[in-house]
Design a protein around this ligand. Structure first.
Ligand code: COI
Length: 360
């Protein structure tokens, strides 16, 4: 049993590659997985030596508290190939920091930043051929930390595994989306876990998601819990609206009041919008305010941002009996410009003045 040390080289158990025959320019989200995964175990208060090994099933007891009580937190980030062939990571430090904020919320240990970052870099270097060609998608990276304790007592766990695996994908949403304002279910509530990323934030959204899809929508637009008045997130994305005020465009997004996930793409979109000279308001947005802006012809755009989705345009919002049909994407300026710059910086097409990108 060797303990993790930031200086040590990570041992590699090589996989037989499964890449041959896969068209990396056209692959559905999580349809195939790259050859290797990183795995590190935590026990007796310390991290053990991580290992890079073939992607595959894990041995887990049925009593493991990740299965019984959902002790799992995760992250999502991407690596993107540029037209120069290089593969770049986008703001990985932000994900390392957020994973630990999530971990603390579930009484789990931190993953030391060098373990996260060096493990991630070594994995991406090993499987970099899995990154889709420039301009046709990205390599999605899923770090997750979960308990492996064999205990059915409800208590903080003592043994954990940290795993990173990756997969190529073309797009999470292939087209603009129609969204349905949630009327029965709530995603997050004050004092809960809406501002971090436990796996348990996602399972309770699935019934609302299924109901929305059954009615012809692509995602749920979540409202706040206590008042059911304010827009919070959109499906698995942060929400943005563009309104026209006195001839100028203004970007609105819900502020991080404790129930909103501080998305890395959200933060990047705000920085880019400000860089482009746009006013950005981070504040509560009542759904009735959106209705009012729409009625007055001021609601120019809505979109969602997220790692998997990048930036997805919203074309229609259904709120009760009201249908807010938004201007066509071709008539929009803000969302398309932010999307284009996000992708240009992440793939190395635009110089990175923000210090966001790291070449592997
Ligand atoms: C992401 O956008 O990376 C997410 O974590 C959302 C989802 C795929 C769960």
């Amino acid at each position: 049993m060797t303990h993790w040390s930031a200086q040590a080289t990570i041992p590699v158990e090589r996989a037989v590659s499964r890449l041959a025959g896969i068209d990396l320019s056209d692959v559905a989200f999580s349809a195939v997985f790259s050859d290797h995964m990183l795995m590190a175990e935590y026990r007796d208060g310390a991290w053990l030596e991580p290992v890079l090994r073939p992607y595959g099933p894990l041995a887990l007891a049925p009593s493991a508290s990740v299965i019984q009580y959902g002790l799992c937190v995760f992250e999502g980030l991407k690596a993107q190939r540029g037209s120069d062939g290089a593969v770049r990571l986008f703001r990985p430090r932000e994900n390392a920091a957020r994973l630990n904020r999530s971990a603390r919320r579930l009484a789990m240990p931190d993953v030391p930043e060098p373990l996260f970052l060096d493990g991630l870099r070594a994995l991406i270097r090993l499987d970099q051929e899995w990154a889709p060609p420039a301009g046709s998608g990205a390599l999605y990276i899923r770090p997750c930390l979960f308990s492996t304790d064999e205990s059915v007592r409800v208590k903080p766990a003592e043994r954990f595994a940290f795993v990173i695996f990756t997969f190529p994908f073309s797009a999470y949403y292939a087209a603009p989306v129609d969204v349905l304002v949630a009327s029965r279910h709530v995603r997050a509530f004050p004092g809960g876990t809406g501002d971090v990323k436990p796996a348990g934030n996602y399972a309770p959204t699935l019934l609302a998601d299924r109901e929305a899809r059954a009615s012809g929508f692509d995602a749920v637009l979540w409202l706040d819990g206590p008042e059911r008045r304010y827009v919070e997130e959109c499906g698995v994305m942060n929400f943005f609206a563009v309104i026209e005020e006195a001839g100028a465009l203004r970007l609105l997004t819900p502020d991080l009041g404790g129930t909103i996930l501080p998305g890395v793409t959200r933060d990047s979109a705000i920085a880019l919008a400000r860089d482009m000279g746009l006013d950005v308001d981070e504040r509560r947005i009542a759904v009735d305010e959106l209705v009012e802006h729409h009625r007055a012809g001021r609601l120019r755009e809505c979109f969602g941002t997220g790692t998997a989705a990048t930036l997805v345009h919203i074309q229609r919002i259904r709120h009760g009996e009201l249908d807010l049909v938004l201007p066509p994407v071709e008539a929009r300026t803000v969302g398309p410009a932010i999307r284009e710059r996000l992708m240009a910086i992440a793939s190395g097409r635009e110089p990175d003045r923000f210090g966001w990108v790291e070449t592997v």
